[in-house]
Design a protein around this ligand. Structure first.
Ligand SMILES: CC(C)(COP(=O)(O)OP(=O)(O)OC[C@H]1O[C@@H](n2cnc3c(N)ncnc32)[C@H](O)[C@@H]1OP(=O)(O)O)[C@@H](O)C(=O)NCCC(=O)NCCS
Length: 437
């Protein structure tokens, strides 16, 4: 028996290495063992110890985190302990952003000063505008956003000083404030419309809508029901613990680079179709189905394995995605203003049939956040390329909360996974005559 430092609560895992017959007692803390403890299991001192192989980190915790809690089996999502349903109903996006970043709800004074600070950092340097105007007329807005956020690091070189709390805070305020401006401008660019400057008399969501849709009117007045729906969508998308883009932000941030560069890595990850693009796929699917009468045949095709029912199923949620329930409710409010999206009928019928069908029930496949969000975005006049931008704006609060946690976590190191090398070894470099004759 070797090496036992039992955990505080005394739980251990005993591992027997059949190559040597040795037994190792590894402490179990919070349901995990330390990967470095596995490294102690080795055949001899000059050979590397055992490592775990986990592409996609499907069963590896990379951090301790107090930001977001998910229980996929029970369909629970909480930010800093507050259930998402309560936040969506009772809070505003900026209050949720404060909660994520600071860990606690703000007092009235703290909230007012937070909103004031965010509101007064919405403008960007004119050269960022020139940078964005330099993109091709048909540039994808997500590519523009990614570049603009990365570019901000050059305007705020002090952001490199990540060890100073005040400097960190200022960059967080700047980034949350400027994302709607950059997102809206990337939208206007594709339409050939002039970029609209922020209006500091408007709320966060109102200001975003104004920068997207304002034309010649002096003040843009958005329908309060749409503003509320956008706030709710922002709250639902603000964080989702260690997903692909958050992991990208943490991984890049672990090199101690400035937060603009780390967040632009997150935007890059979110750009990918496996992460931020599913709601667009839902819309395409609904259009292809075309009519409620075609739903049964489509479901049969899904069950036969011809294709997937997009917007259904989740890696973590095996009961119901709590965000989907809230979004479904928000669709009613939005459609009251915009008129019903004809695709909604097809979506509702798909959901009804799927929820009763043995195939979906057995596999615990339920609607996820993307099943209805695309319908809302379309009703709000957004082209599909904007969907991921609408995701990136609120997720910036989550990325930054996670980045802050990373920077303050003494256990974190530069992210550097191991590999299992499968290539050649020790080849002799041939001379040019041997290679090319
Ligand atoms: C989200 C998703 C990638 C999760 O995948 P996962 O956890 O790796 O689950 P698996 O791919 O192992 O699927 C498990 C089983 O359910 C089936 N399944 C999963 N999602 C399905 C879907 N949307 N439609 C039909 N069948 C589905 C799989 O075919 C598999 O069946 P099998 O056991 O007979 O092979 C997957 O559910 C999916 O592709 N959904 C559609 C895309 C989507 O909406 N993505 C947005 C996520 S927020």
């Amino acid at each position: 028996m070797t090496d036992a430092t039992p955990s505080a609560d005394g739980q251990t895992l005993t591992v027997r290495d059949d190559r040597t017959g040795k037994e190792y007692v590894l402490p179990i803390v919070d349901g995990t063992i330390r990967a470095s403890d596995l490294g102690k299991i080795r055949v001899s001192d000059d050979e590397p110890g055992i490592a775990s192989y986990d592409p996609g980190f499907t069963n590896t915790a990379s951090t301790r985190s107090a930001v977001t809690f998910i229980d996929g089996e029970k369909g629970i999502l909480e930010y800093r302990g507050y259930p998402i349903e309560q936040l969506a109903e009772k809070s505003s996006f900026l209050e949720v952003a404060y909660l994520l970043i600071h860990g606690d709800l703000p007092s009235k004074e703290q909230y007012d000063s937070w909103v004031h600070d965010i509101t007064f950092h919405t403008f960007v340097h004119e050269n960022i505008k020139s940078l964005m105007q330099g993109f091709r007329y048909d540039a994808h807005p997500m590519g523009m956003l990614l570049s603009a956020v990365g570019g901000l690091s050059t305007f705020y070189p002090e952001a490199r000083n990540i060890h100073d709390a005040e400097t960190r805070h200022l960059q967080i305020v700047r980034m949350i404030a400027k994302m709607p401006t950059l997102g809206a401008w990337s939208f206007r660019h594709a339409q050939g419309k002039p970029y609209v400057y922020p209006d500091n008399d408007l709320s966060y969501a109102e200001n975003f809508l104004a920068m997207l849709f304002k034309m010649s009117e002096t003040t843009y007045e958005a329908d309060p029901r749409l503003v509320k729906a956008l706030e709710v969508l922002f709250i639902l998308h603000a964080d989702h613990e260690q997903n692909c883009s958050t992991n990208a932000v943490r991984s890049v941030g672990s090199s101690q680079v400035d937060p603009y560069s780390a967040v632009s890595a997150g935007i890059g990850a979110l750009y990918g179709p496996l992460h931020g693009g599913a709601n667009e796929a839902v819309l395409k699917m609904l259009r292809r189905i075309g009519d409620v009468s075609n739903v049964p045949a489509f479901i049969e095709g899904v069950k036969a394995g011809d294709e997937r029912l997009m917007g259904f199923g989740h890696r973590v949620y095996k009961n119901y995605d709590p965000r989907a329930t809230i979004i479904k409710k928000a669709t009613d409010d939005v459609f009251e203003v915009t008129g019903v999206n004809p695709l909604l009928k097809i979506a509702v019928e798909l959901e009804k049939i799927a929820l009763e069908d043995e195939y979906f029930v057995k596999r615990k496949l339920y609607p996820n956040v993307d099943f209805y969000s695309g319908l809302i975005y379309e009703a709000l006049q957004f082209p599909p390329e904007m969907f991921t931008v609408l995701f990136a704006i609120p997720r910036t609060a989550g990325w930054l909360a996670q980045w802050l946690e990373l920077v303050n976590d003494p256990e974190q190191k530069i992210a550097r996974p191991k590999q299992i090398y499968t290539g050649e070894r020790g080849l002799v470099f041939p001379s040019s005559s041997e290679r090319w004759g």
